[in-house]
Structures are given as C-alpha cells and as structure tokens.
Design a protein around this ligand. Sequence first.
Ligand SMILES: [Zn+2]
Length: 465
Amino acid sequence: MQIQFCGAAREVTGSAHLLTLDDGYKILLDCGLYQGRNKEMEDFNENFIFKPESVDCLLLSHAHIDHSGRIPKLVKDGFRGQIYATHATRSLCAIMLLDSAFIQEKDAEYFNKKRGKFGEGKQPLYTRADVKPAMERFVGLPYEHWERIHPNVEVLYRDAGHILGSANVTLRIKRADGTTTTFGFSGDIGRPNRPILRDPQPMPPCDYIICESTYGDREHDLPPNEIERFLKIIKDTCVEKRGKLLIPAFSLGRTQEIVHMLDQLENAGRLPKIKVFVDSPLAVNATTVFGAHPECYDAELQEYMLTDDNPFGFNELTYTQSVEESKALNYLKGPAIIISASGMMNAGRSKHHLRNTMGSPKNTIFIVGYCSPETPGGKLRAGASGLKLYGDYHELRAEVVIMDSFSAHGDRSEMIDFLAGQQDTCKKIFLVHGDIERMEAFGAVLKENDFREWVAPTLEQTIEL
Ligand SMILES: [Zn+2]
C-alpha cells in the first residue's frame, strides 16, 4: 500500500492525496483547486499528477473549493468512480462547483478579451456544463457510519466542526497479509464551541494520519464577547451616526454565523430597527443549504429552533439575488447593514459596496476574516488610508473595525486536542495543508506530545505504508 501527495504538500490549497491499496485499488482523498493566479498554479490545476481514469473512488472531506474545486475537471478528464461525501457536503458542492465554474468561465473570457484576436484563446478549466456529470457521481453518506466501499475497505465520516457537512475520514483497510491498517485523513480541523456547528469529533485510533497544519504554529485570540461587541458596532454606526455598516464575509459559513447572531439579537428584542441585506447570490444559496441540513447543527441551535424555526431569517432581513436589487442598495438612504461577498473585497459585490461606503465617516467597514495582503481587505487591515478601486483612487473616511475570532480552523492546541490519544497507535503523521515553517513548528509540538514520527511530504512524493 502506498500514499502519494498530489496537492496541498507544503501549500495551503489544492488538497489531493492518492492512496493505492495492496490490490491496486486507488482512492483519492479530496480533489482541491489551487487558488492563485500564477502560471505554476494554473499548470497544477490543468494537469493531474495521476491518471483520472485510473482512480477508483474519491473520498471528499468538505465542500471548500481548495478541497473540492477540481472535481468537475477530474470527471471531465475520465474519472468514472463514485464520489463519497456527507449529505450536506454534496448539497453544498452542487452550488459551490457551479459558482467555481462560472468564475473559470469569466476568467477565461476576461483573459481572451484582453489578449484580443491574436494567439490561441484560453479555455476555462471547466464550465457549468461540466458540473452536472460530476454531481451525478456523488454518493451521500451519514456521519458515524462505517460504509463498505470495496471488499477490503470500510469508511467512517465524522464531524470536523469546520464548515457545514465537513468531516474527517477514517479508512479501515484489509491488507494482503490479512492484517488491518487504519488510515485517517483529518480534512480541515474545525474548532470547539463555535455557533451552529458541532465540535470536531476525534478519529478512531489510526496507524497513519494525514493531518492539516494551517495554524499549527499559533493560538487564536480568545474570543471576545462577539455578540456584545457586534451590537455595539451596529449601534455606533447605524443608530448614533445613521451610517451604513458593511460586512464583507465569505458566502459559506461566516455569512450564516453573522446572520444567526443578528437573528439572536432580534429574538431578544435587542436589535435596533435597521434594514439588513445579505447581498451575494452564493450566500443566499448557501443559506438555503444550511436550512436544509439541520442534522449538522449543534445541540444549542437545535434547542434554539424549538422557538425560532428559521435561525437565518427575521423581518428586517432581505436576501438580494438579482443585480438590479444589488444596485438599488447603492441609492439606499439611511442606515443599513450590508453583508456581502467576497470577504476580501477583491471581487464580487462587496467590492462595489466598499467603493460606495468607504468615503463617508458615518460608515463602518467591519472585517471578520483573513484577507490576503494584496487585496483591498488586506490593505485596509494593514491601515491603508485609501484604495485604488476600478481604476480610481478612493480616500478612506469610513471607520474600519477588525474582529478575528471567527476562524473556522483549529489552532495548535485545538489540533493537539483533536489528535489526543493517537500517540499509542499512530506510526506516522503526514503534515499537509500548511507552509513548511508552520509544519516544522507543529511537528515540534507533536514530538513534545509523544508522537513517534511526523513527515512533511513534498508534491508528488510517494511513501510506502
Ligand atoms: Zn476548509
């Protein structure tokens, strides 16, 4: 049996690992897109390290595009097996992959337009038409159930507490010599005590583990009382200054957390009467999927729903989908809260809203997540006094507030808690999904915690098990 690292090796995107069993059966763990615009990334996305038609099945940990975003390409290039995922991941992929295909199409169109009629046109990695045949290969699995996917392999999905439907994946594999090897794949490890989702569930004892290491070198800030701080920002901006509060947020996860906090404030009679808009088509669709998968909610939300059956909706909240509705928000008079994607304000409707709100001291831009340094969000986080948007320079006169306690990735201690007890059985941990510095730091922590051996595999490296 062997494992080959086909993505997210000393990198944070493009998750893909290929397990080949003693009998030659090939299992792909995740099929993620590399997110970035350089040539190397494009080549990686275009060409699989393995032959797609040679893979027998795909086990998907969760719907984030850096884990699922090359699935339509995999199927387009000849993969004919089943794609196993939790029910909620399957539902989310149906909308996330369409959105990703649309972005691929737009990117190719933009590139070809810029380049003019000379040279060969760029083809999108895949189109919306490629998503349907990919979705037809999905098989939904429940959590906490050993499913036999091959005579020698059983699979267990357990809640990872990272995003809706997220899971860690454990495989029980019968070897040629009659012994059993247990192989664990952490996917992305979530965090305990977060709203909406259950806490991460540890994997059963494993012989080998592929473990993410995104925040392997740091501890998150202790969460301040998020809801009280949020309410104060709303009151300062929308009641005191009669301004607009712009919350750029990722469509999946962060948006629903924010909306649920507002829903709680509304139910408690504490939310001032202000119009709230969720202005992102993907966020609207993602929220619908959240509503359709209450099996993923934690006990607190289940109880909340005994008195409020819609935790993501209230009277003053409007979900806007069409471009016309979105544009109408530009002419809105008076205070309002606008939640819009992308979270980094480098694309999508939030970029337009940023341009419209950043010039007035009455308004606040409330940043609730990580932003790459080169994006408008990243520049605002670094203290920029103005930004170039759509070709023009815009002075920043609005207030910028940052809250970093929303992370969906476990920190160093939370990851060690997740792995607790594995020291007894685990022969080797393969660290993926992180920069090498972070892996080395986390590797040192693993050693301190009596783990036998850790490895940071390189891209394309194959290791015998
Ligand atoms: Zn993720």
